[in-house]
Design a protein around this ligand. Structure first.
Ligand SMILES: *Cc1c(COP(=O)(O)O)cnc(C)c1O
Length: 360
């Protein structure tokens, strides 16, 4: 029986997982996945298409993606002494880091709630995951973090900065204390950098155990799957050994390089999203029974009356709006939902649908 074979051979910790669920969004206003809602002006699309014939699809891509890396170095102001490695999305970089550090009893530590892939990738790679609860306002619990570091001696700590799904930026003094106390690597995950004013990029090299991870996904290129890790060569040269040689395909290399030559467009789009974030926050705060949390990302976490999150999620979906339901009984995210900032029209439809759902 195939089931018996699977039972016997698939590792128990893998069988215990459920696959990352992406809900169908057909026909819905998609405000569930932190995508940039804007497409490109037609002239830019045409110029992009003109670059494509240069892609040699019969050849393997440049394994070092040198041209793209140089572009990223300049656009993201990566300190010259730091190395860069690219991933098929930053998800792949998390996986590479974990594969390099995993081993019996090796610990990955992160505050929680946070980005769920850290915990999942720890499971894939056989690392022990330690989650340290954030405080009620989603700030780092400094004493609990330092205590957990002393106790578990983590090989790696992941700090999403700003954090997903809470939207806040952790206090810099807390982060610095964690870096100073950590025996291993600290990964500052700046997936939402474009929507925040805080970064560790320019501080790279100051501490020898810090790397900064970024992605092009949230700023408007989620379809390309491109993430980057910047940090001291001593760490990155080890990670480089694990990276599959052709992980960044020809079309991504070409298209990302093209897009970054026009990064002023993305800067304008992200500025628009930041402005919209303020108006969505204001609108949410005007709705009785809704508690909206401040955000430095392109989404807003909000809490509804106890026991109502599932009904709110379904009511929004019936009205054509898909967001993310984070509610779990007895979790720090009980009664919480997360909405991605869309276009002004999409955001208005979301607020209208939420109003209608709550008064239905
Ligand atoms: C979305 C996200 C990522 C992953 O982004 P990729 O699309 O894989 O580059 C990483 N970290 C955080 C905190 C995220 O929210």
């Amino acid at each position: 029986m195939v089931d018996n074979r699977v039972q016997r051979w698939i590792r128990p910790e893998i069988r215990a997982l459920s696959a990352y669920h992406v809900p169908p969004a057909h026909g819905l206003i998609k405000l569930d996945a932190m995508e940039n809602p804007y497409s490109w002006p037609e002239t830019l699309q045409r110029d992009w298409l003109k670059t494509l014939p240069a892609a040699a699809l019969n050849r393997y891509p440049d394994p070092q993606a040198s041209a793209l890396k140089e572009r990223l170095r300049s656009v993201m102001a990566i300190p010259p002494a730091m190395d860069v490695i690219l991933g098929n999305g930053s998800d792949e970089l998390i996986q590479i880091i974990a594969m390099a550090l995993a081993g019996p009893e090796r610990v990955m530590l992160a505050p929680e709630p946070t980005f769920v892939m850290y915990r999942m990738i720890a499971a894939f790679t056989g690392m022990r995951f330690v989650g340290v609860p954030l405080r009620e306002d989603f700030a780092l619990d400094q004493a609990a973090m330092l205590d957990a570091i002393d106790r578990h001696q983590p090989a790696v700590i992941f700090l999403a900065y700003p954090n997903n799904p809470t939207g806040n930026v952790f206090d810099r003094a807390h982060v610095d204390a964690i870096i100073a106390r950590s025996p291993g690597l600290v990964v500052i995950d700046e997936a939402y950098h474009a929507f925040a004013d805080a970064s560790y990029m320019h501080e790279l090299g100051r501490a020898d155990n810090v790397v900064v991870m970024r992605t092009l996904s949230k700023m408007g290129l989620a379809g390309l799957r491109l993430g980057l890790l910047a940090g001291p060569p001593a760490w990155l040269s080890e990670f480089e050994k694990i990276r599959l040689p052709y992980n960044i395909n020809v079309l991504t290399q070409l298209s990302a390089d093209f897009a970054l030559q026009h990064h002023a467009l993305f800067d304008a789009q992200t500025a628009e999203i930041r402005a919209e974030r303020a108006s969505v926050l204001g609108a949410l705060r005007g709705i009785p029974g809704v508690r909206a949390y401040p955000s430095h990302a392109n989404f807003i976490l909000f809490r509804v009356r106890a026991g109502h999150a599932n009904a709110v999620f379904e009511g929004l979906k019936q009205r054509g709006v898909l967001i993310k339901n984070l509610h779990r009984d007895n979790s720090p995210l009980a009664d919480c939902l997360r909405v991605t900032i869309g276009t002004p029209a999409e955001n208005r439809q979301f607020i209208t649908a939420l109003d209608a759902t709550l008064t239905a």
